[in-house]
Design a protein around this ligand. Structure first.
Ligand SMILES: Nc1ncnc2c1ncn2[C@@H]1O[C@H](COP(=O)(O)OP(=O)(O)O)[C@@H](O)[C@H]1O
Ligand SMILES: [Mg+2]
Length: 237
């Protein structure tokens, strides 16, 4: 069993980066049971950007959470980069989340007391990267997201779009294989949202990452290589 912390691709060449098979997730019990995922199956090819689209309550967040190892499915199988995620114990899941999978949230999730640079560098500090290397990587990442001049500012001193750019830089810090973004432009105005989406599209190319992004935004769908529709806990492939 893979322990989830090795960032080398472990899947066979040409295998999908993400393989989801007949995944179920239920919340609650008895008559209050909500069947949030009802047998979801799909593959995502490495190096592609996929938009996950569906109405509020359709199961997008639940699906992204089980894919990213933040939650466990009740049934079905999930392979990320060749690793069977359902076979990982808690340590394995947290290594997966620190290494091969990264998250971007609608509400950015930055640490308020840290500067932009410190937020981006936090995962590298956790990974015990030597500080000189860490600083170089942080500088590169802030440049990549167009915020080289804002390194010292705290989240509250940045606009929403800038905060989301910092969150994207932080997500990329540990060179993940899979980037999961749950409605990353949901809190942004249309124009800012578009520039954040264009950035995501760009990093899929430049960083060779695979992205799974939930969205309501038609522009995002147009930027994606593929759209997966989810409705009432089911996808149409
Ligand atoms: N922790 C939870 N407890 C109970 N029900 C939940 C929980 N999380 C999600 N649900 C339910 O599962 C369904 C799918 O929710 P969600 O995945 O958040 O949808 P979306 O992200 O598409 O809006 C909804 O009916 C929601 O109320
Ligand atoms: Mg949601």
């Amino acid at each position: 069993m893979s322990d989830g912390d090795d960032k080398e691709p472990t899947g066979p060449a040409g295998a999908p980066l993400l393989r989801v098979r007949d995944v179920h997730r239920r919340f609650g019990s008895g008559t209050a049971t909500v069947h949030a995922l009802r047998g979801v199956s799909f593959d995502v090819a490495a190096g592609t950007m996929v938009a996950l689209v569906g109405r509020s309550g359709s199961g997008k967040t639940t699906l992204l959470n089980v894919v990213g190892g933040l939650d466990r499915p009740d049934a079905g199988s999930l392979h990320v980069d060749g690793t069977d995620v359902t076979a990982l114990d808690e340590d394995g899941l947290s290594r997966l989340r620190r290494g091969r999978v990264a998250y971007v949230f609608q509400t950015f999730g930055l640490i308020p007391v840290l500067s932009a640079a410190e937020n981006v560098g936090a995962p590298l500090r956790l990974a015990r990267l030597p500080s000189a290397e860490r600083e170089r990587r942080v500088e590169l990442l802030l440049e990549l997201v167009g915020l080289a001049d804002h390194a010292r500012q705290r989240p509250a001193e940045l606009s929403g779009g800038q905060q989301q750019r910092v969150a994207i830089a932080r997500a990329l810090a540990a060179s993940p294989r899979l980037l999961i973004a749950d409605e990353p432009t949901g809190q942004l105005d249309a124009e800012t949202g578009l520039s954040v989406m264009a950035l995501l599209r760009g990093v899929v190319e430049s960083e060779g990452v695979t992205a799974l992004v939930s969205t309501h935004d038609p522009v995002m769908m147009a930027l994606a290589d593929r759209v997966i529709r989810i409705s009432d806990g089911r996808v149409d492939g």
